[in-house]
Every structure is written in C-alpha cells, then in structure tokens.
Design a protein around this ligand. Structure first.
Ligand code: UDP
Length: 335
C-alpha cells in the first residue's frame, strides 16, 4: 500500500502460500493481495489448478513442498496437500509424504527466517468420531490401515511435527483444523460432495448420494474460513500462547468449520432447490470408513478470535453455483 492514503496504518506482510493454486489457497491469495500483502504461491499443480491462478497478482514458484524452500517470509500458510478423498487416495504415498515432508520443510523455513506458520489441518484428525461435536481436545477415532489413513495419519503426524518444532525451536506455528469447506475455485472434478452435486445438477444428471445420505457434515463457505485465517494469523503471539497455555495445549489448535450440521441427503435437496435438474437422486455405495457424523465445536475459535461462520448454506451454495456456471474465465472475482 502506498503512503499518503489517509491515516490508515497498514503493515504489509511477505506471505508464502504453499498449495496456493488449490481451492482454499486461490481464495486466500486473492484475499491477502486485496488487503495489500505481498504473496508468493508455491504449488506443484498436482491438485492445484493453473486456471485458479488467472488474474492473480502473485509470484509463482512451481515446485514441490517436500523440497527445501528458499526465501524469507513473515507468514507462511501451509495448504499443500490434496484434500478430496478420491484425489488423496489416488496416490496415497504422495499424500502421506506431502503432509509429513511438506510440513518438515515449512517448519525448517520458519525456523530459518522466523516466519509465523498457519497450518491447514483437518477434521479428519478426528476420524469417524465417537465424540460429538468434536472439540480440539478429542483424540479422534482413526483407522490407521484404512483407505483414508494416508490423509488422516499424515495430517496427524504434521500436527506432531508442528508441536515439536514449537517446543524445540520456538517456531510460531498455529494449527487450523478445517471442516468441510466449499465455494468458488473448487475443482469441479475433484469428487467432493458439493462440487459433485452442483456439477451433476447443472448437467441435468442425477445426484450421486452415497449410502442413504444419513451421514452428516457442516458445510463452511470459504469466505468464513478466510475470515478465521486472517484473524488467526494476525493475532499477536503472546495472546495466542496465553490462550492455549490456559487450555493446557502444547500447540495452538482451533477448529474452523460450520457447526450447522445437516445430512448429505438434505444437502442434495438444497442443491436441487437451487438448480432444479429433473435428474433426481441416485444411490451409490457408501465408501469404506466414511465418517457418520461430523460437527465442529467452535467455542475456542469464538473465544480466541471472536470468529464464527456468517454465510448461510443457501447463500454460499448459490454463490458456488454461480461460479461453476460462469467460471474464472467470465472474470469471476470473490467479492
Ligand atoms: N458424498 C456423496 N456423494 C458424492 C460425494 C460424496 O454422497 O458424490 C458423501 C460422502 O460419502 C461423505 C460426504 O458426502 O459422506 C462428504 O464427502 P466429501 O468427499 O465431500 O468429504 P468428506 O467429508 O468425506 O471428507
């Protein structure tokens, strides 16, 4: 931001987004640039998309997060890992090593240059949870030998690495456990439920409901997640440390998700209300280890950040439908 624009004091940060060409990264990059920060995206385009970079005013490093990362940054967001179940199961060893070796490299970078790290962890840490809703203190119920374990266990190890880097080297690393998130810049072909349902409805096809659709999720619009990220990264270290020390936590960890829990069948009905396709709903087998229930307890995020989701499902879905109809080629910008 140039000087001389009124009395606004603005501190520009040098920011690295590992995985910045993916769904959440592409939204975050735009938000950071709009706020006046200088943004570098590191992506190997394994699941990130070149189309997401269109019109982005950022520096691009095409590379693998598992390799040493050069440069100096104030903030590093670690979003580098495929996150859709069919995608992350396509090459499980890649998924696992991206989580673990990627985290090692991000933490080594932060140690060297003193960057603050916000790490994208996941509700999958909790597996198929036996505690409901899920609080940050819950240890989870994860199958270490299942089709989802390459993602779940990789993300769990990444949290352990973060904790140890904080303890041994004093790295300022903060973990966000992200629950199901949707919105513009999602990959229409990545196999997640929101993108599948919207694309199927737009093409007049039947929506593929896995199982009877009684499993639940809370769906968070991406702008709400970004608001949480921005509040988290901007919070002074002393305040973050004091908050989590009082909770007896060895690492700052916050659930960021929408606690409004609905069944997947209700989601299908909602999409069909917005895009009446005539294709109806078709049943497909429920994938193995698909979590039955999932809902974040967001009391800590509320207390620590003054944050909570604001965008209702219908509003968020209609903005996502508009994106899938028009796409970035139509000059879509996240408002
Ligand atoms: N799902 C579905 N139809 C689809 C894709 C997913 O019914 O075409 C279900 C899936 O079985 C799961 C929920 O929707 O119960 C959310 O799936 P998603 O892959 O989006 O994310 P997950 O929460 O499982 O990581």
């Amino acid at each position: 931001m140039g000087a001389g624009f009124g009395r606004m004091v603005h501190v520009m940060a040098e920011v690295l987004i590992a995985g910045g060409a993916g769904f959440i990264g592409a939204n975050l990059a735009r938000r950071l640039v709009a706020a006046g920060h200088s943004v570098t995206v590191l992506d190997n385009f394994w699941s990130g998309r070149r189309a997401n970079m269109a019109g982005m005013d950022v520096r691009l490093i095409e590379g693998d997060v598992r390799e040493p990362i050069a440069g100096r940054y104030d903030w590093v967001f670690n979003l580098a890992c495929p996150a859709s179940p069919p995608r992350y199961q396509r090459d499980p060893v890649f998924t696992l090593t991206t989580s673990i070796d990627g985290m090692r490299q991000v933490l080594a970078l932060a140690r060297r240059c003193g960057a603050r790290v916000v790490h994208a962890s996941t509700s999958e840490i909790y597996g198929d949870p036996l505690m409901h809703p899920q609080t940050e203190t819950y240890w989870g119920h994860v199958n270490p030998l299942g089709p989802r374990s390459c993602y779940d266990e990789g993300k769990r190890v990444a949290e352990t690495l973060a904790m140890e880097a904080r303890r041994a080297w004093g790295v300022d690393v903060r973990v966000a456990r992200i629950f199901n998130t949707y919105g513009p810049f999602m990959d229409p072909a990545d196999g997640r439920v929101v993108s599948n349902f919207i694309m199927q409805a737009l093409h007049g096809e039947a929506l593929t409901l896995y199982g009877e659709g009684r499993q639940t999720r809370g769906f968070q619009f991406v702008d709400d997640l970004l608001a949480g990220f921005m509040a988290y990264v901007a919070k002074p270290r002393a305040e973050v440390d004091a908050f989590f020390a009082a909770k007896g936590m060895a690492l700052p960890v916050l659930n960021l998700g929408n606690p409004e829990e609905i069944t997947v069948r209700e989601l299908a009905d909602e999409v069909l209300r917005l895009v009446p396709s005539g294709g109806g709903i078709v049943s497909r087998p429920l994938p193995k280890d698909d979590p039955h229930r999932r809902r974040p307890d967001i009391a800590w995020a509320r207390d620590c950040l003054g944050w909570e989701p604001r965008v209702h499902l219908r509003e968020g879905l209609s903005r996502t439908v508009a994106y899938f109809r028009e796409g970035p080629a139509a000059g879509y910008m996240n408002a």
